[in-house]
Design a protein around this ligand. Sequence first.
Ligand code: PEP
Ligand code: MN
Length: 334
Amino acid sequence: MTPDATEADIQRVIATVESIGLKAHPMPGANRTAIGITGNTGAVDPEPFVELPGVFECVRVTKPYKLVGRDLKHDKTIIKIDDAEIGGAEPAIIAGVCAVESHEQTMLTAQVVAEAGCKWFRGGAFKPRTSPYAFQGLHEEGLKILAEVRDTYGLKIVTEAIDEPALDLCEKYADVIQIGTRNMQNFSLLKRAGQARKPILLKRGMSSTLEEFLLAAEYVMAEGNYQVILCERGVRSFGNHSRFTPDLAVIPAAQKLSHLPIILDPSHSTGTRETVIPMSRAGIAVGADGLLVDVHPYPERALCDGPQALLFDMFRQMVGEVRAIAAIVHGVRS
Ligand code: PEP
Ligand code: MN
């Protein structure tokens, strides 16, 4: 649409799209609104649209992903909840526990995260574990603890939904719903996430290409949820010096193709705490919109992913270093 298109102009285009049996996806940008069209099996005839008031141009998107791509929406998407942003001027540091194990462990960590000036808290109440005998999470009890973190510290809550029933619950308690690496191509879960009206943090499948990753995000957006955050969490490689290989190159590559913000998980991508700070610095240096990082008050007793959890002092150090790098790379950031 043109920058001065009115709400009535936008609604007229949407009604026209729907009148021919297709789905309209209005996406406001900084200067103008783009309206994606999906549901078509072949090329859409631009004729009914070109003459409508407020229409600037009709663009055929030839890429397999439509709503995720910059062809449709050039301006970067910023996820915003109150004063917390992902994709905005400052890198978003989403820090917290891998798994919510207890009230004490979670609240101690949340206090440190809040005192470091971070605005987002992560914590898993439903854990996708490799072994069925490993700790699976506290489920709703864990979500209640996370809700208490928000009430106490004002932190926005990011938590993983491993299936549809979990998503129903996470939607009730959390601010952002995470879809994990093992579920990146769980298409029914992606569609359910697309019906949620909360932002979705989508982790890259550990063996997926960038195109598969973007198409997974497209599943969410095609259902009408345009609030998606991409997260690089490491891919399978042949080395054994690191649990996974953080694919830093995917960050600028994704940013070139997509308007969605992309963050790095330096914890799950490396598996060892000594590597988390260097990778966090690197992620911000290559332009990641933020980090998703595990912290634990006593990682030697953690029920999940203890070896990768930062100790509190390491976390404070990481936040300081990352902010200094962001200030250099982005100038305006501090
Ligand atoms: C997590 O972030 O807690 C997690 C399980 O990550 P991933 O899906 O990337 O393994
Ligand atoms: Mn974990």
